[in-house]
Write a protein that binds this ligand. Structure first.
Ligand code: MN
Length: 323
């Protein structure tokens, strides 16, 4: 018996969702089963492949719906949960009680935890802390920008490992271990501790770079981290530097894409609300109202500049003139 769980890769909430649902399926239904977590990422032109749902039981958490009869469980809270209107129609037509989409939820982990409690009276003893942190991290519910950028707590270190561990086996191993261990215990494994320590050092180095590079246009922060290799700087650091920013636009680059990330300052209510998922959607991206992203093909500087300038115009205060 093999349980395949596809989850949002390099995301704390994705990993926590997979650990929680995986533990439930094994404890409640299939004690003799093997759990096979596999991370998936939002890439331009993403499609599910026919080989993805290859378990005896298949689940997708914190990621896009698959209109496939082999899908047994699905939980998501992203606005952009469906690859097409047909997929959404498929989901609604089926009306399965094992497939839940709720965009009002801060985290997919919290959504799953409440669902399991209400429907199965199931409680994952010992995972309370993990669930709470998924809510804080994915919902950007940190008490302050400083709390969001600290690198000492178990949650902060685990987040670094989930987001930055290069080897896929390490990332899926984190999911397996999180089923029955505290974050602290998971991080005690030497190979994971090594990743966490390396990431903390890298983050400290990135902080100076971000502070120097950060620009602002009115209440919109703009940060281009291309050239800082492999950088995925903490998206809340700019709000430590300029606490009055309303929005943040960040450009980063990988081998196969240029990413434009959009964020809202969680500690400051914007004067005019802009739905960032909708803005990203215009360029083929997606996400949540408060955090969204767009992936563009590499080596097309003109396109990147055009998209960036259009978005900056939309978000700055003279946006009435533009758009
Ligand atoms: Mn999530």
């Amino acid at each position: 018996m093999r349980i395949r769980i596809l989850y949002h890769d390099r995301c704390f909430d994705g990993a926590a969702s997979a650990a929680l649902l995986g533990r439930f399926l094994q404890e409640y239904y299939y004690p003799q089963s093997e759990l096979l977590p596999r991370g998936v990422l939002h890439q331009p032109g993403f499609r599910w492949s026919v080989d993805d749902l290859d378990g005896d039981e298949n689940a997708i958490v914190d990621f896009r719906y698959a209109a496939d009869r082999r899908l047994d469980w699905w939980f998501d809270h992203h606005l952009t949960a469906f690859l097409s209107p047909e997929d959404e129609a498929h989901f609604r037509r089926e009306g399965s009680p094992q497939k839940v989409w709720d965009t009002s939820r801060a985290s997919c982990t919290g959504l799953i935890a409440d669902y399991l409690r209400d429907r199965f009276s199931y409680h994952a003893e010992g995972l309370e802390e993990l669930i709470e942190w998924a809510e804080i991290i994915d919902g950007a519910k940190y008490a302050s920008p400083e709390a969001a950028v600290e690198l000492q707590s178990a949650a902060a270190r685990l987040r670094l490992v989930v987001e930055h561990a290069e080897r896929e086996e390490l990332r899926t191993e984190v999911v397996r271990r999180l089923r029955f261990r505290s974050m602290e215990e998971v991080l005690a494994a030497p190979e994971l501790k090594a990743v966490a320590d390396r990431c903390v050092d890298e983050r400290r180095g990135e902080m100076g770079f971000v502070v120097r590079r950060l620009e602002r246009r009115d209440t919109v922060g703009y940060l281009d981290v291309r050239g800082l290799e492999g950088a995925r700087p903490n998206r809340f650091l700019p709000y430590c530097v300029f606490p009055d920013l309303e929005y943040l636009v960040t450009i980063s680059a990988g081998d196969a894409w240029v990413r434009i990330s959009l964020g809202t300052n969680p500690w400051r209510r914007a004067e005019r609300f802009v739905n960032l998922a909708e803005v990203a959607g215009r360029y083929g991206g997606g996400g949540h109202a408060a955090v969204a992203g767009i992936s563009l093909p590499p080596r097309n500087e003109a396109l990147v500049e055009q998209v960036r300038d259009e978005i900056l115009r939309m978000l700055t205060s003279d946006r009435n003139v533009a758009v």
